[in-house]
Design a protein around this ligand. Structure first.
Ligand SMILES: Nc1ncnc2c1ncn2[C@@H]1O[C@H](COP(=O)(O)OP(=O)(O)O)[C@@H](O)[C@H]1O
Ligand SMILES: [Mg+2]
Length: 218
């Protein structure tokens, strides 16, 4: 269980996250929706400790992994090195190559191990980014806009792969309500740094219509 209490984040005078409190079940798939600029990436970055909150705290017993928007692969490294580089710095004794090859195989990328990122399609880069974020066996995977820039077929592939990580907690920030409703157990909507909606999808009659109201109403 991830617990966030009274989290506030400011950039200069701007309040980006305004007193966020929530718990996330780390065996479920939770979606974080909201318009561009509502604070989704900032919330994920605070959880991953990439940004420092101004107030409040975040509790999680376990490891979180982070899948960046736009992949952020190292362009000068092969696919295999993209996976093994950071974990090898942390724990040089472990055989990270073995683990990387296993993940590449699972994600259908084994023949790409020696390729450089700029030779891959968007969907392949996304899968490499996913494999990289799974190297440390995170208990909760934070995904920032996993479908941005992907075509509809590739989005369905990403969706299938994320769903197949059953048992692993996922917290997925996305502006794509169709994608989130097809995948998530629960959806949280942020607007201007505050939570305006937080419900399990099961039981909602017209999830997309309902969510759209919270998205756009002022
Ligand atoms: N490093 C930063 N410096 C200043 N402002 C930032 C920084 N990062 C994000 N912001 C601002 O925080 C707000 C929320 O951004 P973000 O969390 O990226 O929203 P979202 O992911 O929902 O689009 C935006 O207004 C953005 O301009
Ligand atoms: Mg964002």
């Amino acid at each position: 269980m991830l617990k966030i209490n009274n989290l506030c984040k400011l950039w200069g005078q701007n309040i980006i996250l305004n007193d966020i409190s929530l718990s996330i079940d780390s065996s479920k798939i939770t979606g974080l929706a909201g318009p561009s600029g509502s604070g989704k990436s900032t919330l994920l970055r605070c959880i991953q400790k990439l940004d420092q909150p101004n107030k409040g705290h975040i509790e999680f017993q376990g490891q979180t992994g982070f899948m960046f928007q736009d992949f952020q692969l190292f362009p000068h490294m092969t696919v295999l090195s993209n996976l093994t580089y950071a974990p090898s710095l942390r724990d040089p004794k472990k055989d990270w190559t073995q683990k990387a090859l296993f993940l590449l195989q699972q994600l259908g990328l084994k023949d790409k191990r020696d390729c450089y990122p700029d030779t891959l399609s968007g969907g392949q880069k996304q899968r490499v980014a996913l494999a990289r974020s799974l190297m440390i066996d995170p208990d909760l995977l934070l995904c920032d806009e996993p479908t941005s820039g992907l075509d509809i077929n590739t989005i369905q592939d990403v969706s299938k792969i994320l769903r197949s990580l059953s048992g692993k907690g996922l917290f997925i920030a996305s502006h794509d309500l169709d994608f989130l409703t097809s995948l998530c157990d629960r959806i949280i909507i942020l607007r201007e740094g505050s939570i305006v909606f937080d419900e399990e999808l099961q039981g909602l009659k017209d999830p997309i219509d309902t969510l759209k109201q919270y998205y756009h109403s002022s």
